[in-house]
Ligand binder design. Structure first.
Ligand SMILES: [Zn+2]
Length: 107
């Protein structure tokens, strides 16, 4: 499913150094636990996308508008949108943090 970026964790979308899962690409036990209950229904992604206004938005700001997930779920969803779905882009090449800036990719 995420073949466009083979070196990234399928849950948090960070670069993978050691795969801890046989079947999926997952970087940590934490990701494995979250991935297990993660439903690929794109609801969170949709809400994130709707809450991003024109220009650069800090992840913290968007997160403060979403109340049903924790920070890790949130930033992982943003990571998947940046690295796998290519619906968002980041200002910096560094791994995402709550202080990173994101923007919609114009289609
Ligand atoms: Zn991960």
């Amino acid at each position: 499913m995420h073949s466009s970026n083979p070196n990234r964790c399928e849950y948090c979308a960070r670069l993978i150094y050691k795969n801890i899962s046989g079947r999926y690409k997952l970087c940590s036990l934490r990701c494995k636990n979250y991935f297990r209950r993660y439903k690929a229904n794109n609801e969170l992604e949709k809400i994130i996308f709707q809450n991003i206004s024109k220009g650069w938005n800090q992840i913290n700001t968007i997160f403060s508008l979403v109340h049903f997930v924790d920070k890790f779920e949130f930033i992982s969803a943003v990571g998947r949108m940046v690295h796998f779905d290519n619906t968002l882009k980041t200002k910096s090449k560094d791994e995402l943090s709550m202080r990173s800036y994101i923007s919609k990719v114009k289609k």
